[in-house]
Design a protein around this ligand. Structure first.
Ligand SMILES: [Zn+2]
Length: 261
């Protein structure tokens, strides 16, 4: 089963090609992955997997987007585009990660759907002892310590997580940019002032006309071989510094047509 082709140019409408990247994030430090926010879940109980630490996808996606944007800026492509309200809606990063036109400063009529789909990252081992500290909450703007107490939970170092990041209808340029930046992901955490170090490993890639991999299944089958996996170097991808300008030109052509509608 391999009805997969890299698109020659990015497409607004999906053509059903999936490039699934199995990614392992391993914490090198004790890491705070939960802040005081109620929606920040640290552990989750799965019926078959037991208690596991989890990293929400939006946290990984947010970090990845910032890395891609940073690299793009370094190549002088839309250097002003940034999260969260100043998206340009016209650059490779916006095209791949998505954006809402009317809430961006440029106020365009179109929205861009994300072409990078993810899921919750699940720890490969069950949760053992959790260290919980209580400290004064820090005001986000001034970084001053206030009176409110917050409880801080850390994940032990060397905890590793598995997740699947799926690129929908990628060109070779898009695949290169994302793979390169996954390798640049070296810190993760709930609070930017205390990001923990981590290492990121691309376990393998599976391509096809559907999504066939999930972290849930992979974690459950720990130690067993996963069939049909490829390594990044088997795809003959362009270099990142060439991928960005080419994608930038192509994205403008695609989005330019939307503008005229
Ligand atoms: Zn942009």
């Amino acid at each position: 089963m391999n009805n997969f082709t890299f698109l020659k140019e990015p497409s607004i409408l999906s053509q059903g090609n999936y490039f699934q990247i199995i990614t392992r994030i391993k914490l090198l430090d004790e890491t705070i992955i939960r802040s005081n926010d109620a929606e920040e879940v640290l552990t989750y109980h799965y019926k078959t997997l037991g208690n596991r630490f989890i990293i929400p996808w939006r946290k990984v996606k947010g970090k990845l987007r910032r890395l891609v944007q940073e690299q793009q800026r370094g190549l002088c492509i839309h250097p002003d585009c940034h999260l969260k309200d100043d998206l340009c809606m016209d650059c490779p990063t916006c095209f791949m990660f998505g954006g809402t036109g009317e809430t961006s400063k440029v106020n365009v009529k179109y929205n861009i759907l994300s072409r990078i789909l993810g899921e919750t990252f699940i720890s490969e081992t069950e949760v053992g002892n959790v260290t919980s500290l209580t400290e004064n909450a820090v005001d986000e703007e001034t970084l001053m310590t206030g009176q409110a107490l917050m409880s801080i939970i850390t994940v032990p170092k060397e905890t590793s997580f598995l997740g699947v990041i799926t690129l929908k209808d990628p060109t070779k340029e898009m695949a290169r940019i994302i793979l390169d930046n996954l390798n640049r992901l070296t810190r993760i955490g709930a609070r930017s002032v205390e990001w923990g170090r981590c290492s990121t490993e691309i376990v393998g890639i599976r391509t096809g006309d559907r999504e066939t991999l999930t972290a849930y299944d992979l974690v459950g089958k720990a130690g067993t071989d996963i069939p049909d996996l490829k390594i990044p170097s088997s795809f003959e991808l362009p270099e990142t510094k060439d991928a960005f300008p080419k994608l930038n030109k192509q994205v403008k052509e695609q989005l330019g047509q939307l503008q005229k509608k």
